[in-house]
Design a protein around this ligand. Sequence first.
Ligand SMILES: [Zn+2]
Ligand SMILES: [Zn+2]
Length: 267
Amino acid sequence: MLVDSHCHLDLIDPSLDRVEALLAQAAAVGVGHFLCVSVSLGNAPVVRALAARYPQVSASVGVHPNQVGDDEPDVARLAGLAADPLIVAVGETGLDYHYGAEHITLQQARLRTHVRAAREVGKPLIVHMREATDDTLRILAEERAQEVGGVMHCFTEDWPTAQRALELGFHISFSGIVTFKTAEPIREAARRVPAERLLVETDAPYLAPVPHRGKQNQPAYVRQVADCVAGLRGVEPSLLDAQVSRNFFALFPLARKDQAGLRAASR
Ligand SMILES: [Zn+2]
Ligand SMILES: [Zn+2]
């Protein structure tokens, strides 16, 4: 079984017919679990409802660094939302100076809010980092993010940067970008990240991998990401599937709700 550790099902299409078709297409290529990630307080209830409806879907709560003009949570409010047992992680949060350079102060304050809320509820962080490496890693360290850990999602940097995130206790998740031949520094990182800290994702609807590049992305395409990473590391695809699934459920233990349900039913 393979897990898509980061997707936005509701941003592909919020209609349940379409979501169910996407989950079925993914299941047909062995993808059995999906972490659907919140980007705003506006879409958080939609994401949560998908996790309530489908045992194979997990949910997070958080406000994306590029989200502006939206409802802004403080630590107490965010921690209150994140304490929900259906919520497995806090994010996505982070810093993105590529698109959000004019909102740097807001982004940094918001990242601190997310780390504090995550520590309050003891849940891991989903971190988005783009053209903001030093500030992101500095703030994570200052706020003691290593107490909860988490994932650097859609990792697009080099091996030395991956090492710094690993030292902070974070996992590294690779997206379809790793399949682009021009992405050699990212591919080097994908070869060298320790097996037990590795995750894969689609970030659908964004960033479709080769050979779907340019089309709308969907969770089934995490198959191409995982097979690419397996090839780079010289391991059997089935072994990589099992490893990243183990890593996912170790990092996000509340995502095991399908099994928790089975346990409750067998009692
Ligand atoms: Zn992101
Ligand atoms: Zn995302």
